[in-house]
Ligand binder design. Structure first.
Ligand code: 2FM
Ligand code: ZN
Length: 615
Protein backbone atom coordinates (compact mmCIF):
# COMPACT_ATOMS: atom_id res chain seq x y z
CA UNK A 1 0.00 0.00 0.00
CA UNK A 2 0.99 3.62 -0.25
CA UNK A 3 2.84 5.80 2.20
CA UNK A 4 0.89 9.02 2.74
CA UNK A 5 3.92 11.28 3.30
CA UNK A 6 5.85 10.23 0.24
CA UNK A 7 2.66 10.55 -1.71
CA UNK A 8 2.11 14.15 -0.58
CA UNK A 9 5.74 15.03 -1.32
CA UNK A 10 5.37 13.62 -4.79
CA UNK A 11 2.28 15.68 -5.43
CA UNK A 12 3.67 18.90 -4.06
CA UNK A 13 6.77 18.52 -6.19
CA UNK A 14 4.82 18.98 -9.43
CA UNK A 15 6.93 21.54 -11.23
CA UNK A 16 5.46 24.94 -11.79
CA UNK A 17 7.02 24.64 -15.19
CA UNK A 18 4.87 21.70 -16.18
CA UNK A 19 1.79 23.40 -14.74
CA UNK A 20 2.45 26.45 -16.87
CA UNK A 21 3.10 24.56 -20.06
CA UNK A 22 0.02 22.46 -19.51
CA UNK A 23 -2.35 25.28 -18.90
CA UNK A 24 -0.91 27.26 -21.77
CA UNK A 25 -1.67 24.39 -24.14
CA UNK A 26 -5.07 23.59 -22.80
CA UNK A 27 -6.51 27.01 -22.14
CA UNK A 28 -5.65 28.65 -25.40
CA UNK A 29 -6.50 25.73 -27.64
CA UNK A 30 -9.74 26.02 -29.46
CA UNK A 31 -12.02 23.17 -28.45
CA UNK A 32 -13.36 21.58 -31.58
CA UNK A 33 -16.68 19.77 -31.65
CA UNK A 34 -16.44 16.32 -33.35
CA UNK A 35 -17.88 14.59 -30.31
CA UNK A 36 -19.52 11.65 -31.88
CA UNK A 37 -17.87 8.24 -31.74
CA UNK A 38 -19.55 7.21 -34.95
CA UNK A 39 -16.75 5.20 -36.56
CA UNK A 40 -18.50 5.05 -39.93
CA UNK A 41 -17.51 8.67 -40.54
CA UNK A 42 -13.71 8.78 -40.81
CA UNK A 43 -12.02 11.49 -38.79
CA UNK A 44 -9.76 13.88 -40.65
CA UNK A 45 -7.37 16.55 -39.37
CA UNK A 46 -8.97 19.88 -38.52
CA UNK A 47 -7.50 23.35 -38.56
CA UNK A 48 -6.59 24.77 -35.13
CA UNK A 49 -6.95 21.41 -33.41
CA UNK A 50 -4.34 19.06 -32.05
CA UNK A 51 -4.47 16.34 -34.69
CA UNK A 52 -2.83 13.22 -33.33
CA UNK A 53 -2.20 10.14 -35.43
CA UNK A 54 -1.63 7.23 -33.06
CA UNK A 55 -0.30 3.87 -34.21
CA UNK A 56 0.50 0.63 -32.46
CA UNK A 57 3.09 -1.70 -34.02
CA UNK A 58 1.20 -4.03 -36.34
CA UNK A 59 1.19 -7.48 -34.70
CA UNK A 60 2.30 -10.46 -36.81
CA UNK A 61 -0.87 -12.18 -37.91
CA UNK A 62 0.38 -15.72 -37.40
CA UNK A 63 1.12 -15.35 -33.68
CA UNK A 64 -1.50 -15.42 -30.97
CA UNK A 65 -0.52 -12.35 -28.93
CA UNK A 66 0.54 -12.93 -25.33
CA UNK A 67 0.16 -10.46 -22.48
CA UNK A 68 3.63 -9.05 -23.17
CA UNK A 69 2.66 -8.26 -26.77
CA UNK A 70 -0.57 -6.69 -25.56
CA UNK A 71 1.01 -4.30 -23.05
CA UNK A 72 3.90 -3.68 -25.47
CA UNK A 73 1.78 -1.88 -28.01
CA UNK A 74 -1.98 -2.21 -28.49
CA UNK A 75 -2.99 -1.65 -24.84
CA UNK A 76 -0.54 1.19 -24.20
CA UNK A 77 -1.65 2.99 -27.35
CA UNK A 78 -5.28 2.44 -26.39
CA UNK A 79 -4.80 4.24 -23.07
CA UNK A 80 -3.15 7.18 -24.79
CA UNK A 81 -5.81 7.26 -27.50
CA UNK A 82 -8.62 7.25 -24.92
CA UNK A 83 -6.86 10.07 -23.07
CA UNK A 84 -6.60 12.10 -26.29
CA UNK A 85 -10.30 11.68 -26.94
CA UNK A 86 -11.17 12.82 -23.41
CA UNK A 87 -9.02 15.89 -24.01
CA UNK A 88 -11.02 16.50 -27.19
CA UNK A 89 -7.88 16.23 -29.27
CA UNK A 90 -8.67 15.21 -32.82
CA UNK A 91 -6.95 11.83 -32.72
CA UNK A 92 -7.22 8.52 -34.54
CA UNK A 93 -5.84 5.18 -33.47
CA UNK A 94 -4.61 2.96 -36.32
CA UNK A 95 -3.54 -0.66 -36.06
CA UNK A 96 -3.93 -3.95 -37.93
CA UNK A 97 -2.28 -7.26 -38.60
CA UNK A 98 1.11 -7.55 -40.30
CA UNK A 99 0.34 -10.39 -42.68
CA UNK A 100 3.10 -10.92 -45.24
CA UNK A 101 6.27 -12.96 -44.95
CA UNK A 102 7.66 -16.42 -44.50
CA UNK A 103 6.12 -16.91 -41.08
CA UNK A 104 2.68 -16.84 -42.66
CA UNK A 105 3.79 -19.16 -45.48
CA UNK A 106 5.20 -21.59 -42.94
CA UNK A 107 2.04 -21.52 -40.83
CA UNK A 108 -0.04 -22.19 -43.96
CA UNK A 109 2.10 -25.27 -44.69
CA UNK A 110 1.65 -26.46 -41.10
CA UNK A 111 -2.11 -25.97 -41.19
CA UNK A 112 -2.36 -27.34 -44.77
CA UNK A 113 -4.05 -24.26 -46.13
CA UNK A 114 -3.24 -21.07 -48.04
CA UNK A 115 -1.47 -18.00 -46.62
CA UNK A 116 -4.62 -15.99 -47.36
CA UNK A 117 -6.76 -18.41 -45.32
CA UNK A 118 -4.26 -18.19 -42.44
CA UNK A 119 -4.44 -14.39 -42.53
CA UNK A 120 -8.24 -14.37 -42.56
CA UNK A 121 -8.44 -16.78 -39.64
CA UNK A 122 -5.81 -15.12 -37.45
CA UNK A 123 -6.82 -11.55 -38.27
CA UNK A 124 -10.28 -12.38 -36.88
CA UNK A 125 -8.68 -14.00 -33.81
CA UNK A 126 -6.53 -10.94 -33.12
CA UNK A 127 -9.57 -8.69 -33.42
CA UNK A 128 -11.55 -10.88 -31.03
CA UNK A 129 -8.73 -10.82 -28.47
CA UNK A 130 -8.31 -7.04 -28.62
CA UNK A 131 -12.07 -6.58 -28.33
CA UNK A 132 -11.98 -8.64 -25.15
CA UNK A 133 -9.28 -6.35 -23.75
CA UNK A 134 -11.46 -3.34 -24.72
CA UNK A 135 -8.90 -1.96 -27.15
CA UNK A 136 -10.81 0.71 -29.02
CA UNK A 137 -9.11 1.21 -32.40
CA UNK A 138 -10.52 3.68 -34.88
CA UNK A 139 -9.55 1.11 -37.45
CA UNK A 140 -8.05 -2.36 -37.17
CA UNK A 141 -6.97 -3.24 -40.68
CA UNK A 142 -4.48 -5.53 -42.37
CA UNK A 143 -1.48 -5.24 -44.64
CA UNK A 144 -2.59 -7.62 -47.41
CA UNK A 145 -4.75 -5.17 -49.33
CA UNK A 146 -4.74 -3.51 -52.74
CA UNK A 147 -4.05 -0.15 -51.13
CA UNK A 148 -0.91 -1.62 -49.62
CA UNK A 149 0.31 -2.68 -53.06
CA UNK A 150 -0.70 0.68 -54.55
CA UNK A 151 1.00 2.84 -51.90
CA UNK A 152 4.11 0.67 -51.61
CA UNK A 153 4.49 0.79 -55.42
CA UNK A 154 4.11 4.57 -55.43
CA UNK A 155 6.74 4.97 -52.68
CA UNK A 156 9.05 2.56 -54.48
CA UNK A 157 8.51 4.51 -57.73
CA UNK A 158 9.51 7.78 -56.06
CA UNK A 159 12.61 6.22 -54.51
CA UNK A 160 13.59 4.89 -57.93
CA UNK A 161 12.92 8.23 -59.62
CA UNK A 162 15.07 10.00 -57.02
CA UNK A 163 17.99 7.61 -57.50
CA UNK A 164 17.78 6.18 -53.98
CA UNK A 165 17.82 2.54 -55.11
CA UNK A 166 20.44 0.26 -56.55
CA UNK A 167 20.51 -3.35 -57.67
CA UNK A 168 23.02 -5.90 -56.53
CA UNK A 169 23.63 -9.59 -56.75
CA UNK A 170 23.71 -11.04 -53.28
CA UNK A 171 24.76 -14.26 -51.75
CA UNK A 172 21.77 -15.50 -49.86
CA UNK A 173 20.99 -18.26 -47.42
CA UNK A 174 19.30 -21.23 -49.04
CA UNK A 175 18.17 -24.45 -47.41
CA UNK A 176 18.87 -27.44 -49.68
CA UNK A 177 16.56 -29.62 -47.65
CA UNK A 178 13.58 -27.22 -47.79
CA UNK A 179 14.61 -26.10 -51.31
CA UNK A 180 13.95 -22.44 -50.58
CA UNK A 181 15.67 -19.20 -49.87
CA UNK A 182 15.44 -18.52 -46.18
CA UNK A 183 13.89 -15.34 -44.88
CA UNK A 184 16.00 -13.49 -42.34
CA UNK A 185 14.16 -14.76 -39.29
CA UNK A 186 14.47 -18.34 -40.54
CA UNK A 187 18.20 -18.29 -40.40
CA UNK A 188 19.82 -18.71 -37.01
CA UNK A 189 23.45 -18.59 -36.06
CA UNK A 190 26.09 -16.83 -34.02
CA UNK A 191 25.92 -13.04 -33.78
CA UNK A 192 29.07 -11.48 -35.35
CA UNK A 193 28.89 -8.67 -32.84
CA UNK A 194 28.35 -10.23 -29.38
CA UNK A 195 28.84 -13.93 -30.30
CA UNK A 196 25.42 -14.91 -28.90
CA UNK A 197 24.82 -18.39 -30.34
CA UNK A 198 21.11 -18.08 -31.09
CA UNK A 199 20.85 -14.84 -33.05
CA UNK A 200 18.14 -14.49 -35.71
CA UNK A 201 19.02 -13.46 -39.25
CA UNK A 202 17.41 -10.04 -38.93
CA UNK A 203 18.44 -9.09 -35.42
CA UNK A 204 20.35 -10.35 -32.42
CA UNK A 205 17.96 -10.59 -29.46
CA UNK A 206 20.87 -10.33 -27.04
CA UNK A 207 22.70 -7.17 -28.18
CA UNK A 208 19.98 -5.71 -30.45
CA UNK A 209 22.23 -5.40 -33.52
CA UNK A 210 20.22 -5.33 -36.74
CA UNK A 211 21.69 -7.96 -39.05
CA UNK A 212 21.64 -9.38 -42.53
CA UNK A 213 21.45 -13.19 -42.32
CA UNK A 214 24.66 -13.72 -44.32
CA UNK A 215 26.51 -11.95 -41.53
CA UNK A 216 25.69 -14.74 -39.04
CA UNK A 217 28.50 -17.12 -38.22
CA UNK A 218 27.51 -20.79 -39.04
CA UNK A 219 24.02 -20.05 -40.36
CA UNK A 220 21.38 -22.78 -40.07
CA UNK A 221 17.80 -23.21 -41.31
CA UNK A 222 15.47 -22.44 -38.42
CA UNK A 223 12.77 -24.71 -39.82
CA UNK A 224 14.68 -27.98 -40.32
CA UNK A 225 17.97 -27.11 -38.54
CA UNK A 226 19.84 -28.09 -41.71
CA UNK A 227 22.99 -26.26 -42.71
CA UNK A 228 22.13 -23.17 -44.73
CA UNK A 229 24.12 -22.76 -47.92
CA UNK A 230 24.60 -19.52 -49.81
CA UNK A 231 23.26 -18.89 -53.33
CA UNK A 232 23.26 -15.87 -55.59
CA UNK A 233 20.14 -13.77 -56.17
CA UNK A 234 19.54 -10.24 -57.50
CA UNK A 235 17.97 -7.66 -55.19
CA UNK A 236 17.05 -4.00 -54.78
CA UNK A 237 18.81 -1.92 -52.12
CA UNK A 238 17.77 1.32 -50.48
CA UNK A 239 20.78 3.64 -50.49
CA UNK A 240 20.80 4.60 -46.81
CA UNK A 241 24.25 6.30 -46.93
CA UNK A 242 22.84 8.71 -49.52
CA UNK A 243 19.84 9.51 -47.32
CA UNK A 244 21.96 9.67 -44.15
CA UNK A 245 22.64 13.46 -44.04
CA UNK A 246 18.93 14.29 -44.16
CA UNK A 247 18.08 11.47 -41.78
CA UNK A 248 20.65 12.71 -39.28
CA UNK A 249 19.31 16.24 -39.48
CA UNK A 250 15.81 14.97 -38.78
CA UNK A 251 16.96 12.70 -35.91
CA UNK A 252 18.90 15.58 -34.32
CA UNK A 253 15.76 17.69 -34.35
CA UNK A 254 13.80 14.91 -32.68
CA UNK A 255 16.49 14.34 -30.06
CA UNK A 256 16.60 18.09 -29.31
CA UNK A 257 12.84 18.17 -28.85
CA UNK A 258 13.25 15.83 -25.87
CA UNK A 259 10.27 13.85 -27.08
CA UNK A 260 12.11 10.56 -27.58
CA UNK A 261 12.99 8.41 -24.59
CA UNK A 262 16.66 7.87 -23.70
CA UNK A 263 16.45 4.30 -24.84
CA UNK A 264 15.02 5.35 -28.19
CA UNK A 265 17.73 8.00 -28.70
CA UNK A 266 20.53 5.59 -27.72
CA UNK A 267 19.32 2.79 -29.98
CA UNK A 268 18.80 5.13 -32.93
CA UNK A 269 22.11 6.96 -32.63
CA UNK A 270 24.11 3.78 -32.29
CA UNK A 271 22.41 2.29 -35.35
CA UNK A 272 23.07 5.39 -37.41
CA UNK A 273 26.69 5.33 -36.27
CA UNK A 274 27.28 1.64 -36.99
CA UNK A 275 24.55 0.41 -39.29
CA UNK A 276 24.12 2.81 -42.18
CA UNK A 277 24.79 0.85 -45.33
CA UNK A 278 22.64 0.05 -48.37
CA UNK A 279 19.72 -2.05 -47.13
CA UNK A 280 18.15 -4.85 -49.15
CA UNK A 281 14.41 -4.25 -49.58
CA UNK A 282 13.37 -7.27 -51.67
CA UNK A 283 13.14 -10.98 -50.90
CA UNK A 284 12.82 -14.32 -52.70
CA UNK A 285 9.38 -15.20 -51.45
CA UNK A 286 5.84 -15.52 -52.76
CA UNK A 287 3.68 -14.15 -49.96
CA UNK A 288 4.38 -10.44 -50.03
CA UNK A 289 3.81 -7.15 -51.79
CA UNK A 290 4.88 -7.47 -55.43
CA UNK A 291 7.89 -5.50 -56.66
CA UNK A 292 6.85 -3.42 -59.70
CA UNK A 293 10.03 -3.93 -61.72
CA UNK A 294 11.04 -6.21 -64.58
CA UNK A 295 13.01 -9.22 -63.43
CA UNK A 296 11.39 -9.22 -59.98
CA UNK A 297 8.27 -11.19 -60.83
CA UNK A 298 9.22 -13.95 -58.39
CA UNK A 299 10.23 -11.64 -55.60
CA UNK A 300 8.39 -9.46 -53.10
CA UNK A 301 9.24 -6.55 -50.82
CA UNK A 302 11.02 -7.25 -47.57
CA UNK A 303 8.41 -7.21 -44.79
CA UNK A 304 10.23 -4.53 -42.85
CA UNK A 305 10.17 -2.31 -45.94
CA UNK A 306 6.46 -2.62 -46.50
CA UNK A 307 5.03 -3.33 -43.02
CA UNK A 308 5.33 0.28 -41.81
CA UNK A 309 3.68 1.34 -45.07
CA UNK A 310 0.83 -0.72 -43.61
CA UNK A 311 0.08 2.16 -41.23
CA UNK A 312 -0.49 4.34 -44.27
CA UNK A 313 -2.47 1.82 -46.33
CA UNK A 314 -4.69 0.94 -43.35
CA UNK A 315 -5.45 4.65 -43.01
CA UNK A 316 -6.09 4.79 -46.77
CA UNK A 317 -8.62 1.97 -46.47
CA UNK A 318 -10.27 4.00 -43.68
CA UNK A 319 -10.46 7.25 -45.65
CA UNK A 320 -9.80 8.26 -49.24
CA UNK A 321 -8.37 11.48 -47.79
CA UNK A 322 -5.56 9.61 -46.01
CA UNK A 323 -2.96 12.08 -47.23
CA UNK A 324 -4.50 14.68 -44.90
CA UNK A 325 -3.11 12.52 -42.07
CA UNK A 326 0.07 11.25 -43.68
CA UNK A 327 1.26 14.14 -45.83
CA UNK A 328 0.54 16.92 -43.40
CA UNK A 329 3.52 17.38 -41.05
CA UNK A 330 2.50 20.93 -40.16
CA UNK A 331 -0.83 19.91 -38.68
CA UNK A 332 -0.45 16.28 -37.58
CA UNK A 333 1.51 14.75 -34.69
CA UNK A 334 2.50 11.13 -35.31
CA UNK A 335 2.76 9.15 -32.05
CA UNK A 336 3.87 5.50 -32.33
CA UNK A 337 3.82 2.70 -29.74
CA UNK A 338 5.98 -0.42 -30.00
CA UNK A 339 8.22 -2.94 -28.28
CA UNK A 340 11.90 -2.01 -28.00
CA UNK A 341 12.96 -4.40 -30.78
CA UNK A 342 10.95 -2.30 -33.25
CA UNK A 343 12.60 1.04 -32.49
CA UNK A 344 15.17 1.32 -35.30
CA UNK A 345 12.67 0.26 -37.93
CA UNK A 346 10.56 3.26 -36.91
CA UNK A 347 13.34 5.80 -36.29
CA UNK A 348 15.73 4.90 -39.11
CA UNK A 349 14.41 2.58 -41.82
CA UNK A 350 10.86 3.83 -42.25
CA UNK A 351 11.82 7.53 -41.92
CA UNK A 352 14.62 6.97 -44.48
CA UNK A 353 12.10 5.48 -46.90
CA UNK A 354 9.86 8.51 -46.45
CA UNK A 355 12.73 11.01 -46.68
CA UNK A 356 14.00 9.27 -49.83
CA UNK A 357 10.72 9.96 -51.67
CA UNK A 358 11.31 13.73 -51.20
CA UNK A 359 7.61 14.09 -50.43
CA UNK A 360 6.18 15.97 -47.50
CA UNK A 361 5.36 13.06 -45.15
CA UNK A 362 4.12 13.27 -41.58
CA UNK A 363 7.14 12.01 -39.66
CA UNK A 364 7.37 10.36 -36.23
CA UNK A 365 7.03 12.91 -33.45
CA UNK A 366 6.87 10.85 -30.30
CA UNK A 367 7.75 7.19 -29.80
CA UNK A 368 6.70 5.19 -26.77
CA UNK A 369 8.52 1.90 -26.50
CA UNK A 370 8.39 -0.82 -23.90
CA UNK A 371 10.95 -3.31 -22.71
CA UNK A 372 9.92 -6.95 -22.32
CA UNK A 373 7.36 -8.50 -20.02
CA UNK A 374 8.57 -11.88 -18.82
CA UNK A 375 6.36 -14.60 -17.40
CA UNK A 376 6.90 -15.91 -13.85
CA UNK A 377 10.47 -17.30 -13.98
CA UNK A 378 11.00 -17.24 -17.74
CA UNK A 379 9.57 -16.23 -21.07
CA UNK A 380 6.16 -16.63 -22.68
CA UNK A 381 6.16 -19.65 -25.00
CA UNK A 382 3.12 -20.64 -27.00
CA UNK A 383 4.65 -23.89 -28.18
CA UNK A 384 5.46 -24.98 -24.63
CA UNK A 385 2.16 -23.66 -23.24
CA UNK A 386 3.92 -21.26 -20.86
CA UNK A 387 2.30 -17.94 -20.08
CA UNK A 388 -1.00 -16.31 -20.79
CA UNK A 389 -2.02 -15.82 -24.40
CA UNK A 390 -4.89 -13.69 -25.59
CA UNK A 391 -7.00 -16.66 -26.65
CA UNK A 392 -7.13 -18.14 -23.15
CA UNK A 393 -8.14 -15.18 -20.96
CA UNK A 394 -11.86 -15.17 -21.71
CA UNK A 395 -12.65 -18.34 -19.74
CA UNK A 396 -10.72 -17.50 -16.57
CA UNK A 397 -13.42 -15.74 -14.56
CA UNK A 398 -11.16 -12.68 -14.38
CA UNK A 399 -12.31 -9.45 -15.95
CA UNK A 400 -10.48 -7.48 -18.62
CA UNK A 401 -10.18 -4.66 -16.04
CA UNK A 402 -8.03 -6.84 -13.79
CA UNK A 403 -5.64 -7.64 -16.64
CA UNK A 404 -5.61 -4.05 -17.89
CA UNK A 405 -4.85 -2.74 -14.43
CA UNK A 406 -2.13 -5.26 -13.72
CA UNK A 407 -0.45 -4.91 -17.11
CA UNK A 408 -0.56 -1.11 -17.03
CA UNK A 409 0.63 -0.76 -13.45
CA UNK A 410 3.43 -3.19 -14.28
CA UNK A 411 4.17 -1.72 -17.73
CA UNK A 412 7.84 -2.35 -18.64
CA UNK A 413 8.51 1.32 -19.32
CA UNK A 414 12.21 1.60 -18.52
CA UNK A 415 13.20 -1.96 -17.64
CA UNK A 416 11.84 -5.46 -18.21
CA UNK A 417 9.10 -6.48 -15.82
CA UNK A 418 7.57 -9.79 -14.83
CA UNK A 419 4.03 -11.10 -14.89
CA UNK A 420 3.34 -13.04 -11.71
CA UNK A 421 -0.03 -14.43 -10.73
CA UNK A 422 0.63 -13.77 -7.05
CA UNK A 423 1.42 -10.16 -7.87
CA UNK A 424 -1.69 -9.82 -10.02
CA UNK A 425 -3.83 -11.12 -7.14
CA UNK A 426 -2.12 -8.84 -4.65
CA UNK A 427 -2.65 -5.77 -6.83
CA UNK A 428 -6.24 -6.78 -7.46
CA UNK A 429 -6.98 -7.32 -3.75
CA UNK A 430 -5.00 -4.42 -2.26
CA UNK A 431 -5.36 -1.77 -4.94
CA UNK A 432 -8.39 -2.39 -7.15
CA UNK A 433 -10.63 -3.86 -4.48
CA UNK A 434 -9.37 -2.26 -1.25
CA UNK A 435 -8.64 1.18 -2.66
CA UNK A 436 -10.61 1.99 -5.82
CA UNK A 437 -13.49 -0.46 -5.29
CA UNK A 438 -13.80 0.55 -1.66
CA UNK A 439 -14.07 4.22 -2.57
CA UNK A 440 -16.76 3.70 -5.18
CA UNK A 441 -18.72 1.00 -3.48
CA UNK A 442 -18.68 2.14 0.12
CA UNK A 443 -19.78 5.70 -0.56
CA UNK A 444 -22.24 5.05 -3.36
CA UNK A 445 -23.92 2.22 -1.45
CA UNK A 446 -24.34 4.57 1.50
CA UNK A 447 -25.76 7.36 -0.71
CA UNK A 448 -28.19 4.90 -2.29
CA UNK A 449 -29.32 3.23 0.91
CA UNK A 450 -29.87 6.55 2.74
CA UNK A 451 -31.51 8.09 -0.35
CA UNK A 452 -29.07 11.00 -0.29
CA UNK A 453 -28.30 13.44 -3.10
CA UNK A 454 -25.55 15.85 -4.05
CA UNK A 455 -26.42 19.27 -2.58
CA UNK A 456 -24.23 22.36 -2.87
CA UNK A 457 -22.98 22.86 0.71
CA UNK A 458 -20.43 24.95 2.62
CA UNK A 459 -16.81 23.78 2.68
CA UNK A 460 -14.53 23.50 5.74
CA UNK A 461 -10.81 22.97 6.29
CA UNK A 462 -10.82 19.26 5.44
CA UNK A 463 -12.68 19.92 2.18
CA UNK A 464 -10.30 22.69 1.09
CA UNK A 465 -7.38 20.38 1.83
CA UNK A 466 -8.67 17.41 -0.13
CA UNK A 467 -9.73 19.61 -3.06
CA UNK A 468 -6.29 21.23 -3.21
CA UNK A 469 -4.65 17.83 -3.18
CA UNK A 470 -7.01 16.61 -5.89
CA UNK A 471 -6.13 19.67 -7.99
CA UNK A 472 -2.40 19.01 -7.67
CA UNK A 473 -3.01 15.39 -8.41
CA UNK A 474 -4.90 16.32 -11.56
CA UNK A 475 -1.97 18.45 -12.78
CA UNK A 476 0.45 15.60 -12.15
CA UNK A 477 -1.82 13.22 -14.05
CA UNK A 478 -2.13 15.57 -17.03
CA UNK A 479 1.58 16.12 -17.23
CA UNK A 480 2.23 12.35 -17.05
CA UNK A 481 -0.31 11.58 -19.73
CA UNK A 482 1.03 14.27 -22.06
CA UNK A 483 4.50 12.72 -21.70
CA UNK A 484 3.07 9.17 -22.03
CA UNK A 485 4.25 8.14 -18.55
CA UNK A 486 1.29 5.83 -18.28
CA UNK A 487 2.43 3.95 -15.20
CA UNK A 488 2.99 7.13 -13.26
CA UNK A 489 -0.37 8.59 -14.33
CA UNK A 490 -2.14 5.45 -13.15
CA UNK A 491 -0.30 5.61 -9.83
CA UNK A 492 -1.40 9.22 -9.47
CA UNK A 493 -5.08 8.28 -9.87
CA UNK A 494 -4.70 5.49 -7.33
CA UNK A 495 -3.12 7.96 -4.91
CA UNK A 496 -6.02 10.33 -5.40
CA UNK A 497 -8.43 7.49 -4.69
CA UNK A 498 -6.52 6.68 -1.52
CA UNK A 499 -6.66 10.29 -0.36
CA UNK A 500 -10.40 10.35 -0.97
CA UNK A 501 -10.77 7.18 1.08
CA UNK A 502 -8.85 8.84 3.88
CA UNK A 503 -11.00 11.99 3.69
CA UNK A 504 -14.12 9.84 3.92
CA UNK A 505 -12.80 7.74 6.76
CA UNK A 506 -11.77 10.86 8.72
CA UNK A 507 -15.22 12.38 8.20
CA UNK A 508 -16.92 9.41 9.93
CA UNK A 509 -19.75 9.97 7.46
CA UNK A 510 -21.70 6.93 8.71
CA UNK A 511 -22.36 8.74 12.02
CA UNK A 512 -23.27 12.14 10.60
CA UNK A 513 -26.95 11.70 9.75
CA UNK A 514 -27.57 11.69 13.48
CA UNK A 515 -24.82 13.97 14.77
CA UNK A 516 -24.36 16.59 12.05
CA UNK A 517 -26.64 16.41 8.97
CA UNK A 518 -25.23 19.65 7.54
CA UNK A 519 -21.73 18.20 7.56
CA UNK A 520 -23.08 15.04 5.96
CA UNK A 521 -24.33 17.14 3.04
CA UNK A 522 -20.88 18.69 2.69
CA UNK A 523 -19.13 15.30 2.74
CA UNK A 524 -21.52 13.80 0.18
CA UNK A 525 -21.24 16.89 -2.04
CA UNK A 526 -17.44 16.82 -2.05
CA UNK A 527 -16.84 13.09 -2.11
CA UNK A 528 -19.33 12.29 -4.89
CA UNK A 529 -17.68 14.92 -7.07
CA UNK A 530 -14.29 13.45 -6.21
CA UNK A 531 -15.55 10.01 -7.17
CA UNK A 532 -16.56 11.46 -10.51
CA UNK A 533 -13.07 12.90 -10.85
CA UNK A 534 -11.41 9.56 -10.05
CA UNK A 535 -13.72 7.74 -12.41
CA UNK A 536 -12.88 10.22 -15.17
CA UNK A 537 -9.13 9.97 -14.68
CA UNK A 538 -9.21 6.19 -14.57
CA UNK A 539 -11.25 5.99 -17.78
CA UNK A 540 -8.35 5.64 -20.26
CA UNK A 541 -7.02 2.76 -18.14
CA UNK A 542 -10.22 1.04 -17.04
CA UNK A 543 -12.98 2.26 -19.35
CA UNK A 544 -15.66 -0.16 -18.22
CA UNK A 545 -15.03 0.62 -14.53
CA UNK A 546 -15.67 4.25 -15.35
CA UNK A 547 -18.80 3.35 -17.28
CA UNK A 548 -20.12 1.36 -14.31
CA UNK A 549 -19.49 4.19 -11.83
CA UNK A 550 -21.08 6.71 -14.19
CA UNK A 551 -24.12 4.53 -14.57
CA UNK A 552 -24.44 4.17 -10.77
CA UNK A 553 -24.34 7.98 -10.58
CA UNK A 554 -26.97 8.25 -13.33
CA UNK A 555 -24.58 9.98 -15.74
CA UNK A 556 -25.59 9.47 -19.34
CA UNK A 557 -23.10 9.95 -22.19
CA UNK A 558 -23.30 13.49 -23.51
CA UNK A 559 -21.01 15.82 -25.45
CA UNK A 560 -19.85 17.38 -22.18
CA UNK A 561 -19.12 14.03 -20.53
CA UNK A 562 -17.17 12.74 -23.53
CA UNK A 563 -14.60 15.52 -23.35
CA UNK A 564 -14.87 16.47 -19.69
CA UNK A 565 -11.17 16.13 -19.14
CA UNK A 566 -10.53 19.05 -21.48
CA UNK A 567 -12.80 21.18 -19.29
CA UNK A 568 -10.92 20.04 -16.18
CA UNK A 569 -7.52 20.73 -17.73
CA UNK A 570 -8.54 24.35 -18.05
CA UNK A 571 -9.48 24.78 -14.37
CA UNK A 572 -7.57 27.40 -12.45
CA UNK A 573 -8.75 26.42 -9.01
CA UNK A 574 -9.76 23.35 -7.15
CA UNK A 575 -13.30 24.32 -6.22
CA UNK A 576 -14.46 23.94 -9.81
CA UNK A 577 -14.01 20.20 -9.30
CA UNK A 578 -17.32 20.50 -7.47
CA UNK A 579 -19.08 21.32 -10.75
CA UNK A 580 -18.52 17.83 -12.10
CA UNK A 581 -21.86 16.55 -10.85
CA UNK A 582 -25.17 18.35 -11.13
CA UNK A 583 -26.95 19.13 -7.86
CA UNK A 584 -29.55 16.47 -7.18
CA UNK A 585 -27.34 13.58 -8.40
CA UNK A 586 -28.17 10.33 -6.58
CA UNK A 587 -26.78 6.79 -6.65
CA UNK A 588 -28.72 3.85 -8.03
CA UNK A 589 -28.22 0.13 -8.60
CA UNK A 590 -24.90 0.25 -6.81
CA UNK A 591 -22.98 -2.99 -7.17
CA UNK A 592 -19.46 -4.06 -6.34
CA UNK A 593 -17.11 -3.66 -9.32
CA UNK A 594 -14.23 -5.83 -8.14
CA UNK A 595 -13.91 -9.14 -6.31
CA UNK A 596 -11.17 -10.70 -4.31
CA UNK A 597 -8.84 -13.31 -5.85
CA UNK A 598 -8.02 -16.13 -3.45
CA UNK A 599 -4.65 -17.88 -2.91
CA UNK A 600 -6.10 -21.14 -4.21
CA UNK A 601 -7.14 -19.43 -7.47
CA UNK A 602 -3.60 -18.11 -7.80
CA UNK A 603 -2.15 -21.54 -7.38
CA UNK A 604 -4.60 -23.05 -9.92
CA UNK A 605 -3.77 -20.34 -12.46
CA UNK A 606 -0.04 -20.81 -11.96
CA UNK A 607 -0.37 -24.53 -12.64
CA UNK A 608 -2.66 -24.04 -15.61
CA UNK A 609 -0.22 -21.74 -17.41
CA UNK A 610 3.06 -23.36 -16.45
CA UNK A 611 3.20 -25.61 -19.50
CA UNK A 612 1.53 -28.47 -17.63
CA UNK A 613 -1.59 -28.39 -19.80
CA UNK A 614 0.40 -30.18 -22.50
CA UNK A 615 1.73 -32.93 -20.21
O1 2FM B 1 7.50 -6.96 -34.44
C1 2FM B 1 6.37 -7.10 -34.92
O2 2FM B 1 5.44 -7.63 -34.32
C2 2FM B 1 6.10 -6.51 -36.30
N1 2FM B 1 5.00 -7.20 -36.90
C3 2FM B 1 5.83 -5.05 -36.15
C4 2FM B 1 5.58 -4.33 -37.40
S1 2FM B 1 5.31 -2.71 -37.04
C5 2FM B 1 5.03 -1.94 -38.47
F1 2FM B 1 6.09 -1.54 -38.98
F2 2FM B 1 4.27 -2.54 -39.23
ZN1 ZN C 1 15.40 -26.18 -44.01
Amino acid sequence: MYNMNSLLNRLYSVHLHSLKSLSKGSLTRKVSSGLSRDKSVPKLPKPNARNILITSALPYVNNVPHLGNIIGCVLSADVYSRYCRLRNYNSIYICGTDEYGTATETKALQEKTSPKAICDKYHALHKQIYDWFQIDFDVFGRTTTEKQTEITSAIFGKLRENGQLSERKVQQCFCEQCQRFLADRYVVGTCPSCHFGDARGDQCDKCGTVLDPEELVSPKCAICAGQASVKESKHVFLDLPKIKPELEKWVEGRVDSGEWSNNCVRTTESWIRDGIKPRCITRDLKWGTPVPMAGYENKVFYVWFDAPIGYISITANYSESWEKWWKNPEEVELVQFMGKDNITFHTVLFPSTLIGTKENWTMLKRLSSTEYLNYEDGKFSKSRGIGVFGDSVAGLNLSAEVFRYYLLSNRPEVADSVFKWSDLAEKNNNELLANLGNLFNRLLKFVESKKLAVIKSPLHKAEHEILNLAFLNLQQYLSDMEEIRLKSALKTVMELSMMCNKYLQDSEFWKLSKTDPAKLNTVIYVSCNLIRLVSLLIEPFLPSVSAKVNSQLGIVPSPREETLLEELAGLKNSEKILNLLSPGTTANNVQAIFRSISPSEVSDLKTKFSGKQFN
